[in-house]
Structure formats: structure tokens, C-alpha cells
Design a protein around this ligand. Structure first.
Ligand SMILES: [Ca+2]
Ligand SMILES: [Ca+2]
Length: 160
């Protein structure tokens, strides 16, 4: 009986330990590119709500290495949107970029030309941008957090 329970649980966890349809699997995470536009705060909230539907803790995407960056770039180029929020903000301390998923300071970055420039003293949220004439090929830009954009959510690949 006990071994049957163990088998059942391992089958169940194998089923749960995957990315839902419409999510993309990369390393230990699932990523989701939204089809709607939200402010940065609205996007973060929706990522959390969407993740909760799967019983997982979701957030805006943490892009903390070149592999993740290049993977997300590949996903963005398959869509019609050229700008997506990722989960970095310097809203607490100007110039210090922090990941909303874990509160860690961003060490890997991929800023585009002259970014972050905090234009107008009011650009505190980061996005991946394709603006090839201006040299942005999946590079990051800082932008006003009130701007409504599509966004990239992440959640753990394995059940939390
Ligand atoms: Ca800023
Ligand atoms: Ca900027």
C-alpha cells in the first residue's frame, strides 16, 4: 500500500513538474509571454495570479545570465510585440537594479545604447526591446513603470 502511494505521488509530481501549455521551458523555469499590456505593477500582479493557478510562485522574468537572455530574445522575436517588461526595477534606489522575483541586485545586465538613462528622472522599470535602427536587438531599456507593455512571467519548472 505504502509503495503504491509512493508510486502515485511520483507519477503526480512528474505530471506537475512541467510547464503548462503556452509556457516555455528553459532550464529550471517556465516562461510566459503575455498578450495583453499592463503597467509594471499590473504585470507583476498578473504574473503572481497566473502562477497561483498552477500552485506555483510566479513573478516577472529574472534574466540573470546570457543563456536566459538569449533564450528570451528568441521567444520575443517570434511575437509581433517588440517590447516586453522583465522583472528589474530601480524604483527603490535610483541606479540600483533589483529583481522583483528575489530582491537580488542584478549582476548580469544587457542594457542597450545609452541605457539605463532614467529619462525625465522617471524611468525605473526594465524591458527587453527590439528597436533595431536605434541599436536595440533584444537589449534592455529603462522606461516609465506606468507605460503599458506586454510582459514576461516566470515560475519554477518544478512544483514548489
Ligand atoms: Ca531609474
Ligand atoms: Ca531609458
Amino acid at each position: 500500500m505504502k509503495s503504491q502511494v509512493v508510486i502515485l505521488l511520483s507519477v503526480l509530481s512528474a505530471v506537475l513538474a512541467r510547464c503548462p501549455a503556452d509556457w516555455d521551458h528553459y532550464n529550471d523555469k517556465c516562461f510566459f509571454l503575455s498578450r495583453d499590456n499592463e503597467t509594471f505593477a499590473g504585470a507583476l500582479k498578473l504574473c503572481e495570479v497566473i502562477g497561483a493557478q498552477y500552485g506555483r510562485v510566479a513573478s516577472l522574468a529574472t534574466v540573470d545570465d546570457a543563456g536566459t537572455q538569449s533564450h528570451l530574445e528568441g521567444l520575443v522575436t517570434k511575437t509581433s510585440s517588440l517590447e516586453y517588461y522583465i522583472g528589474a526595477t530601480d524604483i527603490v534606489h535610483e541606479g540600483t537594479w533589483v529583481w522583483v522575483s528575489n530582491g537580488q541586485t542584478a549582476t548580469y545586465t544587457n542594457w542597450g545604447p545609452f541605457q539605463p538613462n532614467n529619462r525625465g528622472g522617471a524611468e525605473n522599470c526594465a524591458g527587453i526591446t527590439y528597436d533595431i535602427p536605434n541599436g536595440f536587438v533584444g537589449h534592455w531599456t529603462d522606461k516609465p513603470c506606468t507605460k503599458e507593455l506586454p510582459y514576461i512571467c516566470e515560475m519554477p519548472f518544478r512544483q514548489a
